[in-house]
Design a protein around this ligand. Structure first.
Ligand code: ADP
Length: 517
């Protein structure tokens, strides 16, 4: 029994020692595993540090010995590969007095990390001091007992960016200098039209400081008569991105309003408005000059009108007298005199109308009349004095209009006489009265003459504009008639336009709205 018990005990002890061995073996294998894992992780970490484009080094002890350093930092030091184990200031003594030692001491002795942006550092590369810029992080490194054993350095070479920024800053400074030097008033606004900058000319003109001017509302310096117009056009430009072009009066530091030519252009990036650049040029002297010219023209035309009208009267008297005589040989001369006097009267009236429009003095005498009858009478008159022409009239509607009869007549005469003048090889003109839409009436005048080139089409309604072909010299005229016609029709809230083909002819049309007061 004793023997059995002993055997049993021994067997148990054997089993336990077996288990212990198994456990130890397991432990041993897990140590081996984690050791291998640790080794692999270390390898990967080193790989990461060595392949990084950042400049990385670990400086050990108070001498800051280079424990390890990756290629980018070795290259930046420019002292060859043999740097491991050497004190930093033996490798790059030139950086010691550039503040680097101070930063390292702060980290090593006080445990405070140090970060810097775009720090300039000069390295001695083959005897030449080369300046580079770095973003730096110096961090204390600890051992397992929590004691600082060195400093870890991670840096990024930002030289290219720093130099670019310096260039941008320099050119920005030069740009501001240039903008301030200019006599024009220049301002820059954001995409919503809020001004961010006024140049010196603006500040000198208004007598305000930059802050005062930026805090004021733009309407404060605009003449009250112009605010509505500016507001409307400004809104339109901000919405559409179209260039803003206007003439307006703006208040100076003495409270006097002076005429300016203002222009704002949208700056775009990929089609999206990023800002607005504006320039305002003072045109007060030009405006005064123009006014004097206008006044003079008005005066001269007034003075000329009376004698020329009386010449016409005498010519007509002479014509009646000669009509009664047998000898008709003088008649053609009198006709010629009458033609020339007519031209003179037309020009004088146009100049007078022009100055009336410019000074907003053109008044409309509104009355109700039959447009069809009016067109018919005008054609009869013109056909009477132009025997060789054929003017066809087509009434597609019968229409009474409320308008200034003489002024509308003036537009029709201008259309027809132009149609005849600019058609050297065809004397056929077609006139139509029709509804362009139900609530309006239109008159069109079609000719088969020289036509108008595309580039001129939108400009012939401008003051003094004449189509710039060689025909300009062939056909007499002053480029005033269509400008006046356009103004007259616009004042009737109507529309005027032309359809033309060079060499094939033109069709001028005006449309008047019906049923309006
Ligand atoms: P003017 O005929 O006195 O020059 P207008 O203002 O009446 O002035 O016309 C302006 C310009 O438009 C003309 O110089 C001419 O170039 C062009 N134009 C007007 N009517 C016609 C037309 N029927 N055919 C061709 N060109 C025309």
């Amino acid at each position: 029994m004793d023997k059995d018990l002993r055997i049993q005990k021994l067997e148990k002890e054997l089993e336990e020692s077996h288990k212990k061995r198994e456990k130890l073996e397991k432990q041993n294998s897990s140590y081996e595993k984690s050791h291998a894992q640790l080794k692999e992780e270390n390898y990967q970490l080193k790989g990461l540090i060595y392949s990084s484009t950042a400049l990385i080094t670990f400086l050990k002890g108070p001498e800051y010995r280079v424990e390890f350093a990756n290629n980018p930092i070795i290259k930046a030091w420019g002292k060859g590969d043999d740097v491991i184990g050497q004190p930093l200031f033996d490798v790059v003594p030139e950086v010691r007095d550039q503040g680097i030692e101070e930063y390292l001491n702060q980290v090593y002795y006080k445990g405070e990390p140090y970060h810097a942006k775009t720090l300039p550092v000069e390295h001695d590369i083959n005897g030449e001091m080369v300046k580079s810029y770095f973003d730096f992080s110096y961090m204390p490194q600890y051992n397992l007992d929590g004691q600082i054993v060195g400093v870890g350095v991670i840096a990024q070479d930002v030289t290219k960016q720093a130099l670019l920024n310096q260039k941008i800053k320099k050119s920005e400074k030069e740009f501001r200098g240039l903008v301030d030097f200019m006599p024009h008033k220049i301002s820059i606004a954001d995409a919503d039209g809020n001004t961010l900058f006024y140049n010196k000319s603006w500040l000198d003109y208004t007598g305000m400081s930059m802050t005062e001017f930026l805090e004021s509302h733009w309407t404060e310096i605009i003449h009250p008569d112009h605010i509505e117009k500016v507001e409307k056009e400004r809104k339109h430009s901000l919405k559409s991105g179209k260039t803003l072009d206007l003439e307006l009066k703006m208040k100076d530091k003495n409270g006097d309003y002076k005429w300016h030519l203002h222009r704002s252009i949208a700056m775009k990036d990929d089609g999206i408005i990023t800002s607005w650049v504006s320039s305002s040029t003072e045109i007060q002297k030009l405006k005064e000059e123009e006014q004097r010219k206008q006044d003079f023209l008005k005066l001269v035309s007034h003075e000329l009108k009376t004698p020329v009208t009386s010449i016409k009267g005498y010519v007509q008297l002479l014509q009646t007298m000669i009509n009664g005589e047998n000898d008709k040989s003088k008649q053609p001369y009198l006709h010629r005199i009458e033609d020339q006097v007519e031209r003179l009267i037309k020009l004088i009236s146009e100049i007078l109308d022009l100055s009336r429009i410019e000074q907003s003095e053109l008044e409309l005498n509104i009355e109700e009349f039959s447009l069809n009858k009016h067109v018919e009478n005008i054609i009869e008159d013109i056909s009477y004095s132009h025997k060789d022409v054929q003017i066809e009239l087509e009434h597609l509607c019968e229409c009474d209009v409320k308008a200034d009869k003489d002024r509308i007549g003036q537009v029709i005469i201008n259309f027809i006489t132009n149609a005849l003048k600019y058609s050297p090889d065809s004397k056929n003109v077609q006139v139509k009265v029709f509804h362009e839409e139900e609530n309006n009436v239109a008159v069109s005048v079609k000719d088969f003459g020289i036509g108008i080139e595309k580039k001129d089409i939108n400009r012939i309604f401008n003051r003094f504009y004449r189509a710039s072909s060689m025909n300009e010299k062939t056909y007499s005229g002053f480029g005033i008639g269509l400008y006046l016609s356009n103004e007259i029709i616009e004042r009737h809230n109507g529309k005027i336009f032309v359809d033309s083909e060079p060499g094939a002819g033109s069709e001028f049309t005006f449309i008047l709205p019906l049923n309006q007061n």
